[in-house]
Design a protein around this ligand. Structure first.
Ligand code: HEM
Length: 145
């Protein structure tokens, strides 16, 4: 159970980071270029919501089965975690959830905007903050090792 979930979460992460990056910079470039908001813009931002929500579900399961998740806090206590253990057990899940909330709120808010400029601006702001947060708390050293 642990190994399978860990592998899925690890590979699904490529898709999350790729689509989030595409959606964020697509919105920024089109905002600056004053482009129309078309179906592809809607699809890419919606796909980001779906892909990140799937990662949230996998991440939540992983949190309870991984020795590096909740068990690590139970075994060592909050104060007993070194900086890497704290990053994986606390910062990465917490900031990941925060990022996914921002993506969801940004997507839902953009739908209520009536002009292309306002839609792109909303997606750019929410997705870019989510992008910064999520990228800053990925356990890169173990992932790409
Ligand atoms: C925001 C989207 C997320 C991305 C892109 C992401 C990505 C990753 C990556 C790349 C790793 C390292 C995997 C490896 O070393 O092979 C990882 C580990 C982990 N993630 Fe996430 N994650 C996300 C959200 C979450 C959430 C929301 C949770 C929990 C609520 C979570 C829980 C974990 C745990 C517990 C580990 C350690 C797994 C282990 O090696 O045992 N992740 N994540």
């Amino acid at each position: 159970m642990y190994e399978t979930t860990q592998i899925i979460h690890s590979y699904w992460a490529y898709l999350v980071l790729l689509i989030l990056t595409l959606a964020t910079f697509n919105a920024l470039i089109k905002l600056l270029g004053k482009k129309e908001f078309n179906n592809n813009d809607l699809r890419i931002s919606l796909f980001t919501v779906i892909v990140s929500h799937i990662q949230l579900v996998i991440g939540l399961i992983l949190y309870f089965v991984s020795p590096l998740g909740l068990k690590s806090i139970q075994n060592n206590g909050m104060g007993g975690l070194d900086s890497f253990a704290r990053q994986v057990a606390v910062e990465h899940p917490f900031v990941g959830i925060l990022g996914i909330i921002l993506i969801t709120v940004g997507f839902s808010k953009h739908k209520k905007k009536l002009t292309a400029g306002k839609k792109f601006k909303t997606i750019t702001i929410y997705y870019f903050i989510a992008w910064l947060l999520i990228f800053s708390r990925i356990p890169w050293s173990t992932w790409l090792d």
